[in-house]
Design a protein around this ligand. Structure first.
Ligand code: GLA
Length: 343
């Protein structure tokens, strides 16, 4: 068990970016100060060969031109329909997608170089302050993220944030997983413990419906290959060219519980996602198209993102579980990605 820190990049705009390599037996992970990014996760397969199960980049430039691979997203992950109303006051947000919607709070927390330090031999702590009014949101927010690689092969991500004004807080990690470390995820199986999901319009904004998954392509209550219903004649699937939807997790939000299980039979690797969040966005990388690590092209379905979160556009949807926090009230959330290898 060890952590090594090194200089990863020097940027005129962002300063020195640090990399933290955490090693724990057969598992290792790299965390970057820029974007508080989970850059790599190395896991042995049943053949004993180690593979990096995260999509991403070798350089800061790659990350800057990417699709949030491994980044922390906040203060509001996912999409908001242009404005939020807090205590009756309307706040116009930065509309960084189609000039209409606010995706991942623009560059607020992902495109920032966080302050970072090690805690013990297994944890990296990152802190970033975002000013009052950033991307249009009220309140100066201090966010702290802790990544811990546990002895049994889990990456635990703990999020804390506090604002000096009432505001919306909803953080996630946008890692894309591919348990083979190459190719696509279409033959990986997925299980999601959700009896319902949130359908969205053409701008990926919900209208308030919570739709049962039963008899739809969205039923992952029993594990099935991700590719199985990827082309289903379902308007939601067709519009997104696959999955890019929030699943409403079973069980009680606020309690750490199993959310999803991703498995590659061929590699003998299983990843179990646990979270205390009410939802999880599954995005199957439908529009990926860029060079990644080692210059290898990342195309559609090269990886799957499992973003634990509150539902999209929650502040404008009173029927969804709410995430408006009072000034001084702490937002706290935990998500774990547990890796296990067939013996
Ligand atoms: C971002 C979002 C994904 C998906 C893509 C579409 O990466 O996080 O959920 O909507 O955009 O390109």
């Amino acid at each position: 068990m060890s952590i090594a820190v090194s200089k990863y990049a020097q940027s005129q705009e962002y300063g020195t970016v640090y990399a933290y390599d955490i090693t724990m037996g057969d598992f290792s992970a790299k965390i970057l100060s820029f974007g508080a990014t989970w850059q790599s996760m190395t896991v042995p397969g049943k053949d004993g060969r180690r593979r990096d199960v995260l999509l991403g980049f070798d350089t800061l430039e790659g990350l800057l031109g990417g699709d949030y691979e491994g980044m922390i997203v906040g203060r509001y992950a996912n999409r908001l329909s242009g404005s939020v109303t807090i205590n009756g006051e309307n706040f116009d947000l930065e509309k960084n997608e189609n000039g209409v919607t606010c995706l991942h709070s623009a560059k607020e927390f992902s495109f920032a170089n966080w302050a970072s330090r090690t805690v013990g031999e297994d944890t990296v702590e990152l802190i970033h302050y975002s000013p009052d009014g950033a991307s249009g949101f009220p309140g100066r927010v201090e966010a702290t993220v802790r990544y811990t690689l546990t002895a049994d092969g889990a990456m635990k991500i703990e999020y804390r944030a506090v604002s000096d004004k009432d505001t919306v807080l909803n953080f996630t990690n946008h890692a894309y997983f591919n348990l083979s470390g190459q190719g696509d995820i279409l033959t990986h199986t997925m299980k999601i413990n959700a009896a319902a999901y949130v359908p969205v319009d053409k701008l990926d904004i919900p209208w308030g419906e919570i739709r049962p998954v039963e008899n739809t392509a969205f039923d992952f209550r029993t594990a099935k290959p991700l590719g199985q219903d990827m082309n289903a004649p379902d308007e939601q699937i067709q519009n997104a060219r696959g999955y890019d939807h929030n699943f409403c997790l079973d069980g009680e939000a606020g309690t750490l519980r199993e959310a999803a299980v991703l498995r590659s039979e061929e590699d003998g690797i299983t990843m179990t996602v646990l979270t205390d969040n009410p939802g999880i966005q599954m995005y199957t990388g439908n529009f990926l198209d860029m060079p990644g690590k080692g210059g290898v092209h990342m195309g559609a379905y090269a990886g799957v993102a499992l973003e634990t979160q509150y539902y999209p556009d929650t502040p404008n949807r009173p029927e969804f579980p709410q995430c408006t926090f009072k000034a001084g009230e702490e937002y706290h959330s935990v998500t774990e990605y547990r890796f296990s290898v067939d013996k």
